[in-house]
Write a protein that binds this ligand. Structure first.
Ligand SMILES: Nc1nc2c(c(=O)[nH]1)N[C@H]1C(S)=C(S)[C@@H](COP(=O)(O)O)O[C@H]1N2
Ligand SMILES: [Mo]
Length: 330
């Protein structure tokens, strides 16, 4: 557990597992987790998604892209705070496919990363499938330092490696009729015990408007800390949308579809009164169950004020002109 002292404003960690524990609580009122698992007919091992899982990890695979890293840093994206130590990041993750706790790192090692095919479809000139290694050769990689703000009121900062999503969109050649990009994570319940949970509509889906996806900040990360992404951080490719709450930044993507309708996203489907499509960071719009005014700095005992658009208003505020009637901050 990373927090030793809990400031009075803060939510306790047990409450700040928003995202699912609360859903579970609401749906299975009065039932202890074990009781729930039993009621669902799950064995203790299968119920790893409720408890976190400690099953042994598969041996590491050889990553043919490892030699591409580290990549050159784009100095345009500077931080106002120290980078979060990699060791902190590797041991504290949200990845519900592998469990509802933050300690899924070992369970996530079961995700096989090769072959990994990215399917690009929907409203595009030509639908295609590309192997991750070919994609990485086709697109120029760069490093960027970004802040990250989870909806659970913790924040971190880290060096991502990857490609601007804008470059990927240009490569994918969407039709003029496309209004949104829908990003879908892998579906492998045989290795991802969380995907056997009935609390969510798997696979994990997220999305951005085309204007957001082609904003300079939107990024597809394939690496972090000067190396290929670790499995718990969303290997081999994930979204990074640093002005939005972290749940938008979907990990381990297998398909990108250009669509006309706003995609139905996993969190908005699971908890529509708490999680929306836009999910832009705003310290003045509280989560229904906790304040968003401040954030816990991961790996420290400190908190700091949350920034509108997580500090990226200069780049993104203009995206929301004309959308003021929508729930832009949840
Ligand atoms: N596929 C998938 N992507 C996901 C999640 C998830 O559960 N599954 N959690 C999201 C949330 S809530 C956050 S805060 C970040 C966490 O990223 P990190 O573990 O690399 O810090 O990943 C996001 N992407
Ligand atoms: Mo999050």
């Amino acid at each position: 557990m990373l927090i030793k002292r809990t400031p009075s404003w803060a939510i306790r960690e047990s409450e700040a597992t928003p995202e699912a524990v609360a859903l579970g609580r609401r749906r299975f009122v009065g039932a202890a987790a074990a009781g729930v698992a039993a009621a669902l007919g799950a064995s203790k091992a299968e119920a790893g998604w409720l408890f976190g899982s400690d099953e042994p990890a598969a041996p590491p695979e050889k990553d043919p892209t490892a030699g591409l890293y580290p990549v050159k840093r784009n100095e345009a994206y500077a931080l106002d705070r120290p980078v979060t130590p990699e060791s902190v990041n590797l041991g504290y993750n949200n990845f519900y496919e592998f469990g509802t706790t933050k300690y899924i790192a070992s369970a996530a090692q079961k995700l096989p990363l090769r072959p990994w095919t990215l399917r690009v479809g929907g409203l595009v000139e030509t639908p295609r499938e590309v192997g991750i290694d070919d994609l990485l050769k086709a697109l120029p990689l760069e490093e960027r330092l970004y802040r990250h703000r989870c909806v659970e009121a913790w924040g971190m900062a880290l060096p991502w490696s990857g490609v601007p999503l804008k470059s990927f969109v240009e490569w994918a050649k969407p039709l003029g009729s496309a209004k949104y990009v829908k990003l879908t994570a892998f579906l492998k319940p045989e290795v991802a015990s969380g995907q056997r949970s009935p609390l969510f509509e798997w696979p994990y889906v997220e999305g951005l408007s085309i204007a957001e996806a082609t904003n300079e900040l939107a990024f597809l990360a394939t690496g972090a800390y000067g190396k290929p992404l670790s499995k718990q951080m969303g290997a081999p490719i994930r979204l990074v949308a640093p002005w939005k709450y972290g749940f938008k930044s979907v990990k381990s993507i297998v398909s990108v579809d250009f669509v006309e309708e706003m995609p139905r996203t996993l969190w908005a489907a699971a908890g529509p009164s708490e999680y929306g499509f836009w999910a832009n960071v705003n310290p003045r719009v509280d989560h229904p169950r906790w304040s968003q005014a401040r954030e816990r700095v991961l790996g420290t005992d400190e908190t700091r004020p949350t920034l509108l658009f997580n500090g990226y208003g200069e780049q993104v505020a203009g995206l929301y002109k004309g959308l003021e009637g929508q729930k832009l901050y949840m």
